[in-house]
Design a binder for this molecule. Structure first.
Ligand code: WQD
Length: 332
């Protein structure tokens, strides 16, 4: 079975390509390298000792996407590609709507043309907004608080309408919680070029001396120690969740939505302390004001993903903080 992975050079995309190749799928990647590097393709080949096809380019380029489907006989698509920085999306909403909608609509139109109707879509827990209760179930109210999250929510709506228009589609929408960690080879991982928005890449840059001090955004939340609580999931577990989703859409038509998390929430301070203890390194931090748009706490009810996808995350928070650090020490 040949899988097109859009954004396959990215953090989650590259780990998913490794899992796909290890499970004997053929892989084709399209990536415009706007937030990744081309050498990731060689690292995936080295890790898996398998070949894969890479097309450098943009999903908004309909000619290129058509050429890929014409040449490659794609059986299914895992769609990661898109802009994903919450803060940037607040400053540049039109860029986010134009890019994330154009790329997705172009992909779907070409998939229809070539009768390729199996899709795994990369969504996000951010579609739940600030949940009233926890843990979060897939049928909770959906309410976004930033343009990035809204692109994910509206694309979920497009996919529902697409399925309602043609029941030949098989669509799995995966709502990620907070992915961290790295492949055990430490050849691939999360390594943003500029100042990181997210917690773990920032901690790692402080721990490796690249940045001076971590700012902990607020300690007056309604949580165990006042700092924000999130459901961190190892990126390799997340990648395995995509294999389970491919297996499902290969068997069943329809559209469904799945939380990919661990079901356990950790506070920022708990993450910092665990990171320091596991890696025997100090993380210099200070408490600052809340970050606008942040919520108190967020963690998944994972029972539906277990029931329908037979997916359960297995890696511990200790493995996550260790792998994040080991990768960064070798790659920054
Ligand atoms: C985690 C916690 C912060 C940075 C976002 C998107 C989500 C997904 C993951 C794309 C919060 C605190 C963070 C820092 C801090 N992205 N923090 N200092 O906001 O839960 O989720 O990224 O798919 O869709 O919404 O992740 O890592 O930014 O923050 O104190 O320098 O760490 O306040 O409590 P978030 P995050």
């Amino acid at each position: 079975m040949k899988i097109l992975v859009t954004g396959g050079c990215g953090f989650i995309g590259s780990h998913t390509c490794c899992e796909l190749l290890d499970n004997n799928y053929e892989v084709v990647v399209i990536d415009n390298l706007s937030n990744s590097k081309e050498d990731v393709i060689d690292k995936i080949k080295k890790i898996t000792n398998k070949d894969l096809k890479f097309y450098k380019g943009d999903l908004c380029d309909k000619e290129l996407v058509d050429k890929i489907f014409k040449n490659e006989n794609i059986d299914a698509v895992i769609h990661f590609a898109g802009l994903k920085a919450v803060g940037e999306s607040v400053k540049k909403p039109l860029l986010y709507y134009r890019n994330n909608f154009d790329s997705t609509l172009t992909l779907l139109e070409v998939m229809c043309k070539y009768n390729c109707k199996k899709l795994v879509f990369s969504s996000s827990a951010t579609v739940y907004g600030n949940p009233k209760t926890l843990p979060i179930k897939e049928d909770f109210p959906l309410k976004t608080t930033n343009p990035y999250g809204s692109t994910k929510l509206y694309i979920e709506g497009i996919l529902k309408d697409l399925y309602n228009s043609d029941h030949e589609w098989s669509i799995a929408v995966l709502r990620y919680f907070n992915p961290i960690g790295a492949h055990k080879s430490y050849l691939i991982g999360e390594n943003p070029n500029d100042i990181p928005n997210n917690l773990m890449p920032y901690i790692v840059k402080v721990a490796t001396g690249k940045l001076e001090q971590l700012s902990i955004f607020g300690n007056d939340y309604n949580t165990i120690d006042g700092t924000g609580v999130r459901d961190y999931i190892h990126v390799v577990d997340l990648a395995i969740g995509h294999i389970k989703a491919i297996e499902l859409i290969n068997k069943e038509k329809g559209i469904d939505f799945y939380n990919l998390g661990t079901g356990h929430g950790y506070s920022v301070l708990e993450i910092v302390k665990t990171f320091e203890k596991v890696n025997n390194v100090k993380v210099n931090y200070k408490i600052t004001d809340r970050r606008p748009g942040d919520i108190d706490a967020c963690y998944a009810d994972c029972s539906y993903a277990l029931k329908k996808l037979n997916f359960k995350a297995t890696k511990t928070i200790e493995e996550m903080v260790k792998d994040s650090y080991e990768y960064a020490k070798r790659n920054s």
